[in-house]
Design a binder for this molecule. Structure first.
Ligand code: BG6
Length: 472
């Protein structure tokens, strides 16, 4: 995995499409601010926001960014904010017309490069709905904005296999794969990368990481949030595309991969792609779709919407390591808790020294900002008799170091600036994951209602052998 010593980065022009949108407000500008505060941005850079609708003058746009930062960041350093904002401007653009924007990029490059524009890099962040992504990429090609550029593409990458292939073709028309950074912010989370450290740096775990020892795996990402004003987005996307085909499958890739041999970009991405190649296309009969009650009351949601806000499913990785081990994936909105929990449920011990079935051990990874790892074990109950009791080994990783983790977007923006693709999704991974999801898109399970604050429809509760770790 890349290391991130601060060193000299080339001057950069950052172009943010979707600059007035939710993601830019909540994550991208705060990510840039954090990088600026830590002295991790290039010495010379400019940020040009873009979108179809003008937010007003540059000054008005800067005020909006300042407000967004104040909402998301505690203890803002006003000097850092001023330093960032003085480099920020806005130009409108759309798929048919990028001329003004292209002129502004060239002007900024002249300034940053003191006339030597060849030394200036471009980072183009496409935070755009899938329906217009391909046309915008084509516009970048026409306006010659792809030279010296790295393109960051936000998920979902298309809406199904066919449209993702169209997007891929649009990208390949104008740039090389090593210029494309498909972002899945879950992979930027410190705790996700820690899965690899835990497994490969500890002799304790790796030998037990396969079907001989593991009975099942649960990847459980309930969210207590509802729509948060994103009804329109959800209507066009749904939970399968928003969360499963991206975040949860990527987590599965990290859990299931073979030793990549190295943490460089090709090795890690090859190892993940190999898991996805063996991931069996989802069987619609083993997929449960849910919709929380009240979803249809949102003003941007159709009265008869059949869009899923919850998915639970059973998956299999058909290879030597994982054959016949079910992977249970679950995620949904308006659930009782916000968690990201991976559970490896081990096969019960066959030893009966203490009598009876001792029950399975579970290794539980809580992927929060302060990751927690627990192992459920059996121990002897204190006292005269040889009787077992349940106990838990617990490791609070946050307490082991006083170093603050980088927020996922902050980390990933830095990786793009440094040209490091390790934590980004490759085109072939995306293609395969759509192949895996396509049977469910073609034969959608009936959407079942669930009360807000519940763990989803009954059919989902019944899905895993032995029930879910969380909630039940
Ligand atoms: C986003 C999804 O990619 O991830 C959201 O579009 C979801 O629907 C979010 O809520 C979850 O990310 P995090 O980092 O808040 O767990």
């Amino acid at each position: 995995m890349p290391t991130h010593d601060v060193d000299d980065l080339a001057p950069h022009v950052l172009v943010l499409f979707g600059a007035t949108g939710d993601l830019a407000r909540r994550k991208l500008f705060p990510g840039l601010y954090a990088l600026a505060a830590a002295g991790r941005l290039p010495e010379r850079y400019a940020v040009i926001g873009s979108g179809r609708h003008s937010p007003g003058s540059d000054e008005e746009f800067r005020d909006q960014v300042r407000e967004a930062l104040a909402e998301s960041v505690d203890d803002l350093d006003e000097q850092v904010v001023d330093g960032l904002l003085e480099r920020v401007s806005f130009r409108t653009s759309d798929a048919d017309d990028g001329a003004d924007l292209a002129a502004a990029v060239r002007e900024a490059e002249e300034e940053l490069g003191d006339g030597a524009t060849d030394d200036v890099r471009r980072l183009v962040y496409l935070s755009l709905p899938p329906a217009i992504m391909g046309d915008m990429v084509a516009m970048l090609g026409r306006e010659d904005l792809v030279e010296r550029a790295r393109l960051v593409v936000e998920k979902p990458f298309g809406l199904d296999l066919a449209s993702s292939r169209e997007l891929d073709a649009a990208l390949k028309d104008v740039v090389e794969e090593d210029q494309v950074f498909r972002i899945d912010h879950f992979i930027g989370k410190e705790a996700v990368q820690n899965i690899l450290a835990l497994r490969f740096a500890n002799r304790l775990f790796e030998p037990a990481w396969d079907r001989r020892s593991v009975a099942s795996v649960q990847i459980d990402v309930p969210e207590d949030l509802g729509l948060e004003g994103r009804g329109g987005f959800y209507e066009s996307t749904g939970c399968l595309r928003d969360m499963i085909s991206t975040h949860l499958c990527q987590l599965l890739g990290f859990v299931a991969l073979e030793d990549p041999g190295s943490l460089d970009a090709p090795s890690l991405r090859d190892a993940k792609a190999a898991v996805f190649a063996d991931l069996r296309p989802f069987d619609p009969a083993r997929v449960v779709f849910g919709q929380f009650e009240g979803y249809r009351d949102d003003e941007d949601v159709a009265d008869d919407s059949e869009v899923e806000t919850f998915v639970a499913l059973e998956a299999y990785v058909d290879n030597e390591r994982w054959r016949d081990v079910p992977f249970y994936l679950r995620t949904g909105k308006a659930m009782p808790e916000g968690r990201r929990t991976i559970t490896l449920r081990f096969r019960p011990s066959e030893n009966r020294l203490f009598g009876g079935d001792p029950g399975p051990n579970e290794l539980v990874l809580e992927l929060t900002d302060d990751p927690v790892v627990t192992v459920d074990i059996r121990a002897k109950r204190p006292g005269p008799d040889p009787v077992l009791t349940d106990a838990t080994l617990r490791l609070d990783l946050g307490e082991q170091t006083d170093q603050e983790p980088l927020e996922a977007y902050e980390r990933l923006l830095l990786d793009v600036l440094r040209g490091d693709q390790t934590l980004f999704t490759r085109g072939d991974e995306v293609d395969r994951l759509w192949q895996v999801c396509q049977p469910v898109l073609d034969d959608r399970p009936e959407v079942q209602p669930y009360p807000q604050g519940s763990w989803g429809p009954q059919a989902a509760l019944d899905l895993p052998r032995g029930g879910w770790r969380l909630g039940d």
